[in-house]
Design a protein around this ligand. Structure first.
Ligand code: SF4
Ligand code: SF4
Length: 465
């Protein structure tokens, strides 16, 4: 018998109902009420239907924004009957999306250009295929966002100045969830505001690139350079069991190169990637060579994207049952272990025969490099070990150097955050026989200077100037 309105009733599919309550408002006969149980598959609470007084008007179905949330159907409580694959009565298999890989497109790199660090990072993002930027201006990172605002509209991209950092990070959550390369620039206080969203993105395994141009703290601090957020990016990315690859460039060239790498890694691991630069690095101008390729992004099969193949995908960080949440954490831990093995990066400068080892990253590494050159000219065997990944800390490379080193000097623009990372990483790696560790530290917006590092080594070595 063909269906007439009288023998049809609305049916809700809990897998697609978002619990938005529009159907409740639409029904004049109070046939629909909010549910009281979270659907463990979606983390959302679907509505409940009481259809004794239903007049078959269909207004609820019209009000439902979800294509498969609510449908008029034969009287049934079998939800499989109203799944999209059976709408026309013919069982069909919904097409499953296949991953479309990214492709490299050759370009002419042209001559090197002179640009500041934040601009270099923006250009790296565009070359990596990023066409979605969300951010809230905060010095000293704003120029990166400013350049994206100029570039993206000409590239069919999206630039949104969000109402806050909280809004910006959640826009990244949505865009990354759709499988699209996206990024933000921020600075320390803004980064703090993003932490909740970052935790959600890690839990949901959503990619995005977050560039944090660190400034003086705590609190509002000032707008001068500091390495104030090392502790935060390595051990404090919001609530729960959270880790991200953290890249620490030292030059404008690395701002570009590591931004491109960040986009590769964020999709490789389905995990946000963080770039930390200090305020000086963000503002300093340097010579930057462009690569000879750019990336045309693909589309992963897991993306919550608006086509039929991706329609069945769901991204959420909620697992109501304890075993499910434990399983998710175990899966994340496996991913972190893979990152630790595969993604440690560092740079060594005059380390082969070094007896005194400077350890520094970001701009202080440049100051330390100058000190190594000066001290080497005096015959003092000094080398520089520079972590390029703050997390995972490149402990494998550092451990190999330890036996030949009689003194470590940590050079940093923070009150010992890098030294803590070194001690913790070596301890976890089982390296217990450490040489003495001393430091050159400045903070509050002041970077350690080359002459301060040289004076420190002279003092340790008993050299009278
Ligand atoms: S079909 Fe009409 S009466 Fe029935 S539940 Fe929907 S809105 Fe209410
Ligand atoms: S309108 Fe649709 S999605 Fe919203 S609560 Fe009703 S059935 Fe669910």
């Amino acid at each position: 018998m063909p269906n007439s309105r009288e023998n049809l009733l609305p049916a809700v599919d809990p897998a697609y109902c978002k619990g938005c309550a529009r159907c409740i408002d639409a029904c004049l006969h109070n046939c629909i009420e909010m549910g009281n149980e979270i659907n463990p598959l979606t983390g959302l609470t679907p509505v409940i239907l009481h259809l004794e007084d239903c007049t078959h008007c269909g207004l609820c179905v019209t009000a439902c924004p979800e294509p498969y949330g609510l449908h008029m159907d034969s009287i049934t409580d079998d939800y499989s009957a109203v799944r999209p694959e059976t709408f026309d009565g013919v069982v069909k298999t919904r097409p499953k999306a296949a991953s479309i890989p990214s492709t490299k497109i050759p370009i002419n790199p042209g001559k090197p250009i002179l640009i500041k660090g934040t601009y270099a990072s923006s250009i790296g993002a565009v070359l990596a295929g990023c066409r979605h930027f969300y951010g809230y201006p905060i010095t000293p990172s704003t120029e990166g966002a400013e350049l994206m605002a100029k570039l993206l509209p000409n590239l069919d991209g999206i630039f949104i100045q969000a109402v806050s950092e909280v809004a910006a990070i959640n826009m990244l959550y949505g865009t990354g969830g759709a499988g699209l390369p996206c990024m933000t620039f921020t600075s320390s206080p803004g980064f703090s505001l993003m932490l909740e969203g970052i935790s959600y993105m890690i839990g949901s395994e959503v990619p995005s690139v977050i560039v944090n141009i660190m400034r003086g703290g705590p609190g509002l601090g000032n707008i001068a350079p500091e390495q104030s957020d090392l502790k935060l990016v390595c051990h404090g990315l919001g609530h729960g069991n959270t880790q991200c690859v953290v890249l620490a460039p030292a030059t404008p060239q690395e701002m570009l190169d590591l931004t491109m790498l960040a986009f590769e890694l964020t999709f490789k691991y389905r995990n946000p990637v963080i770039i930390i630069g200090d305020g000086y690095l963000g503002q300093i101008t340097g010579k930057v060579s462009l690569p000879d390729y750019m990336i045309q992004p693909g589309l992963p099969d897991w993306a919550v994207y608006g086509d039929a193949g991706h329609r069945g995908n769901l991204i959420a960080s909620i697992d109501i049952t304890e075993p499910d949440l434990e399983a998710r954490n175990i899966r994340l831990n496996h991913k972190y272990d893979t990152m630790i093995k595969a993604e440690q990066r560092s740079d060594s400068f005059f380390c082969e025969d070094a007896e005194i080892l400077l350890v520094a990253m970001n701009t202080p590494a440049q100051m330390a490099k100058g000190a190594v050159q000066q001290l080497r000219s005096e015959g003092i065997k000094v080398g520089l070990f520079r972590p390029i990944t703050a997390w995972p800390f490149p402990v494998d490379a550092l451990s190999k150097l330890i036996p030949q080193i009689r003194q470590i000097v940590v050079v940093e623009a923070s009150n010992g955050q890098l030294e803590d990372e070194i001690r913790l990483s070596l301890s976890k790696a089982g390296v217990t026989q450490l040489p003495p560790i001393s430091f050159v530290r400045r903070f509050g917006g002041i970077l350690p200077q080359t002459h301060e590092i040289v004076e420190k080594i002279h003092a340790l070595e008993g050299v009278v100037a």
